[in-house]
Design a protein around this ligand. Sequence first.
Ligand code: NCD
Ligand code: ZN
Ligand code: ZN
Length: 373
Amino acid sequence: MCAGAAFGGRADRRRPLFAPRLHYTSRMHTTDLTLTRPDDWHLHLRDGAMLAAVLPHAARRFARAIVMPNLKPPVATVALAGAYRERILAALPEGADFEPLMTLYLTEATTPEDIAQARASGFVHAVKYYPAGATTNAASGVTDLRRCYGVFEAMQKHQLPLLMHGEVTDPAVDVFDREPVFVERHLTALLRDFPALRMVLEHITTSEAAHFVRDAPAHVGATITPQHLLMNRNAIFAGGLRPHNDCLPVLKRETHRRTLVEAATSGDPSFFLGTDSAPHPRHAKESSCGCAGIYSAHAAIELYAEAFEAAGALDKLEAFASFHGADFYGLPRNTGTITLRKQPWTVPDELDFGGTPGVPMRAGESIAWRLQA
Ligand code: NCD
Ligand code: ZN
Ligand code: ZN
């Protein structure tokens, strides 16, 4: 089946009635791409000095971001989310126009009352599920989804989306299969038991996940990261172990990467931009037991432009980056624009992550598109 047929069907039925506002101009040797200001629907900002160091990268590119709650301790209550939101706003550079969309970290102690409060707050936009121990700061996550059924009931009622780190942690399951097994063991049951619960399968990495979301009802969406569109698992072992290409879910085979590119460029509104930009200090990644996470906020939209250009689908970038997520979350689309220029630049070898160096995606290498001031 060709790419269009594989991912075209439902998208066509749900296509917006107006044409995307994409301006693609090529004059002499300059190619500019202007698109509606995008949003990042999956972002790690951390806290303190690191927050102050990484926030400007995201705020330059994105109007809004769904902010992940995996701090230590986790952002598990509306009060904590409100305080975290204030710290983010206080850390914004002068004149920046950026709205943090907060999330609650789901624990087994989360109550339906927390959900009602979250909805009433106006600033909490989703609840994040981490399987206990699955990823960075997931120790307070959930050991058994059935313990959260009362909370899911409340989320369904209040139309608060459930964002999922969709991997099983069963040590018997091969690390490359943890996402498909999650889809099969848990996602199918969740969709059956909560048919109106809005769900986002975060940072999808496999054909199984992409196809599940494509075939699911419109209130089931997925975010796709730049690394999973641009790299396959060979990148973890290119010439030796590459800790800066390690993230969760781990990079997969080339066939999966291609399916993700098809999904992202298909026009299907179920798929939207979520960088999963996840800063870790260099020393925490270059370690005998390194942290998972790739930092992409310094060049996120530029990297997506590369991936879409390579697929011959630059005309699909704006909907993926600027429309689908806002529509899914029931928020207005942004009105401003950003412009990218086809002008290669070299990413620094390292960046300041707030008094500690960090290694960004593509460190020391070139990126094809450059954000214009
Ligand atoms: C994320 C982090 O570092 O917080 N890491 C990652 O590899 N994606 C956690 C997450 O999103 O799972
Ligand atoms: Zn995750
Ligand atoms: Zn993440």
